[in-house]
Design a protein. Structure first.
Length: 77
């Protein structure tokens, strides 16, 4: 099924840096100011592990399209 998300960030370079090991296998696209779509294929999730993908995205507000909910970045203390 893969993972389809919307990521809120200042630039797509932030996403590229966070997912540098797998980003070439993903499909990304601009949605609107500070919003980017990302589709991560099932084979990448299986290889890397979904928990590792979520860990790489922990510094962003991420909307999971299939789940229909936001995963908010952890506030820095």
């Amino acid at each position: 099924m893969g993972l389809q998300v919307i990521i809120r960030c200042e630039s797509e370079n932030e996403i590229i840096e966070s997912l540098k090991g797998v980003i070439d296998s993903c499909e990304g696209f601009f949605i609107d100011k500070n919003l980017f779509g990302l589709s991560i294929p099932t084979n990448i999730l299986d290889f890397v592990g979904e928990d590792n993908i979520w860990a790489a995205l922990k510094n962003f507000d991420v909307y999971a399209l299939w789940a229909g909910n936001w995963h908010y970045k952890k506030p820095s203390i």
